[in-house]
Design a protein around this ligand. Structure first.
Ligand SMILES: *Cc1c(COP(=O)(O)O)cnc(C)c1O
Length: 392
């Protein structure tokens, strides 16, 4: 495995040594961290030496071409963040004031915020209990005449049930955007996510499976949508008339430096994805059969990309927050599942009802350390500590 080069050094750096007391404390295991073990440094240096450090430069085009091949979409347009990619995708599809867009409540806040940026209203839909993704059987009841589209999120890297979502969308004339921010490498029925909806968006934030530091990508098979995204991300300048601005645009461009990091990451995409699946299989080996733990269940039609390996703790057996605190004492960083968005201050007044599945998953769910630098030993240590917390 080529990328094992550099990983040991990274581990070393994360070892906490308390020199004042002469004690070597156990290593802190972060919940997520990037692995920059390929051509990242060489490509970034190339940008600096060439002085091509802004949004123009060869790495931008190379990163986009490599990403479009990676996910199988005809067009890939990079931008400054996954949130910007969502905003651009919604605008390209014509979302504006007064519109409604159906979104899962159990997701990162950016999914709903991007809808709000357009002057539209997110309508929150409950989660499906197995995959934790938007429940397709609940979509129809949330569709009003103002509904324009649906954002399906592939939460933690597990694909949403796209056939079921697309079926509802087709019958009601709605677009579908896939928020694949967490799903680099995930497959739905044998095909990489990102080409099931009319558009899809990815994030390259520092803790995501493929990173550029901060960054995002919008992908689509439709040239008209791609052209619209390209224009909007750079102040909407007319592509045929420089410095002519026919409408209001944004500066959502990605720098050549960030694209250079992204290209180097993509060259090792296979390793990054395979490594996470390996880590998940170690967790399964260690934790399957432990009572009180339920995994986000990989469905037969899915290939889970395991941005995060996440579990529910049976509320009758253990208190999630107490378990997280005990793991932290042993140097293990974890994270709670997202708060359901319909319970957050900006959105709760608007929420029309309780969404019990999302609320239960959010109360009892946590993500365990999942990133490429973890070793078999690390995973065994985390699993043992977790079992210990559950008295097993
Ligand atoms: C990370 C994330 C985003 C936002 O991406 P940024 O690059 O941080 O703006 C959007 N949606 C989901 C589901 C995410 O996890």
């Amino acid at each position: 495995m080529a990328a094992d080069v550099g990983l040991d050094a990274r581990h070393e750096r994360r070892t906490v040594t308390d020199t004042t007391r002469g004690l070597s404390q156990p290593r802190v295991i972060p919940v997520a961290a990037p692995v920059l073990a390929g051509n990242e440094q060489a490509y970034v240096l190339d940008c600096l030496r060439s002085t091509w450090i802004s949004a123009h430069g060869e790495y931008v085009g190379r990163f986009e071409a490599a990403f479009s091949e990676f996910c199988g979409a005809r067009h890939a347009i990079c931008c400054s963040s996954g949130t910007a990619a969502l905003h651009l995708a919604l605008l390209a599809l014509g979302v504006g004031p007064g519109d409604e867009v159906l979104v899962p409540s159990l997701t990162f806040v950016a999914t709903a915020n991007a809808v709000t940026y357009c002057g539209a209203r997110p309508v929150f839909v409950d989660a499906e209990p197995q995959t934790w993704n938007i429940d397709p059987s609940l979509l129809e009841a949330s569709i009003t005449p103002r509904a324009k589209g649906i954002i399906a999120v592939h939460l933690y890297g597990h694909p949403a049930d796209m056939d079921a979502v697309l079926d509802v969308a087709r019958r009601h004339g709605l677009f579908v955007i896939e928020d694949a921010a967490e799903a680099h490498g995930a497959e739905y029925r044998g095909r990489h996510v990102g080409t099931f909806g009319r558009m899809a968006t990815f994030s390259f934030s520092g803790n995501k499976t493929i990173t550029t530091g901060e960054g995002g990508m919008a992908v689509t098979d439709e040239s008209a949508l791609a052209a619209r995204v390209c224009q909007l991300k750079a102040q909407a300048m007319d592509p045929t008339q420089r410095y002519w601005f026919p409408c209001i645009g944004f500066n959502y461009q990605l720098t050549n430096i960030a694209a250079a990091i992204g290209l180097a990451q993509l060259e090792m995409a296979g390793w990054h994805v395979q490594r996470r699946r390996q880590i998940a299989s170690w967790y399964r080996e260690d934790l399957d059969g432990v009572s009180g733990i339920t995994r986000q269940a990989e469905q037969p039609w899915a290939s889970h990309a395991y941005w995060m390996f996440s579990v529910l703790l049976d509320e009758a057996v253990a208190d999630r927050d107490a378990v997280m605190a005990r793991l932290a004492e042993r140097g293990i960083e974890t994270r709670p599942v997202f708060y359901p968005l319909h319970t957050l201050p900006p959105y709760r007044a608007d929420a029309n009802s309780a969404l019990p599945v999302a609320e239960r998953i959010a109360r009892s769910g946590l993500s365990l350390p999942t990133w490429g630098g973890l070793t078999r030993e690390d995973v065994r240590f985390v699993s043992e500590c977790l079992r210990d917390c559950l008295g097993q």
